[in-house]
Design a protein around this ligand. Sequence first.
Ligand SMILES: *[C@@H]1O[C@H](CO)[C@@H](O)[C@H](O)[C@H]1NC(C)=O
Length: 311
Amino acid sequence: MPTMPRARKLWANSNLAALIIWFISALTFWILFQMLLRSSAPPSTGSSISYEERRTRLYDKLSRELDEKGAAFLKYGETSQSLSLSDLFTIKDGAVTPVLKAANPPVRANVLYMSPQYSVPIAEAVKSILSPYFEKAIWFQNSSLYHFSMFHASHHISGVPATEAEIEAEVNAIKAVAEGLCPLRISLDRVVLTSTGVLLGCWQVNSGVDPVVLRDRLRTALPHAPQKQLYDAAILHTTLARLLGQPKLPKENRITGLQFFHDLVNKLNSQLHGIQAQVSELWYVEEYDVLALALNGRMKVHKLNLGCSKA
Ligand SMILES: *[C@@H]1O[C@H](CO)[C@@H](O)[C@H](O)[C@H]1NC(C)=O
């Protein structure tokens, strides 16, 4: 019978085809499985460094900046009171006063908020260590407004105008993000003085959502936000104070070089390093003045709780 061999050949061919299909399926499955494994692996394993390590390197770099770039804040234009000030501040009735500039369009910032329970003791330590040396040439961050800048829907470099309805939609989107996230437990890694005179508290995350992940969620929730954001995605920092000029020292120990500032930062670190805090509020802030959160400017705050619900 001539049909028999043809049938056998057909059978063999289909067997081969099945084998090939099976092989391709298995290969595809294996590749997808490997991709899944890689994407769900904790960031500390694998080739890339952990978020914690990324922050440590970033803070190391910030710590070196004062030596590398010098104390630029000592060179701000001097006023008649022989006080050097940045263009953010002026002297009014003998007191340092912020120069508020309207932000147009208003800045829309998402920040993590530190409650006074944690910020007040830090602010008091900062004040007691710095006040003796900087009578007026300093601006202390308002302890009711300690915050960690996370992500801007619009910022002063790249403005993204929004209507009231669009702002309301943004707030709702951020609210949904906040509800799905757990509060953060954090500890103060170190205090850093930048070359522009900004005294920063730089923090590590012990538990809760990592700033990298949070910024990622915020970017997804705010598709119109400026592509270029203001900070490294890993940073978790709060401004403690801004130095505006020379410290007041007896003539015999006029400062030479930066050792005085390093000593000051060391003193702050010995008191504040390792201090713990819990952060459970995300704020969406409409800042009508540039740096309103930093300079007590005009703003509208939408407070959102990190709800820790499985959304
Ligand atoms: C600090 O911030 C709070 C809350 O916005 C405000 O009520 C208070 O007046 C501010 N303090 C100063 C000195 O501006």
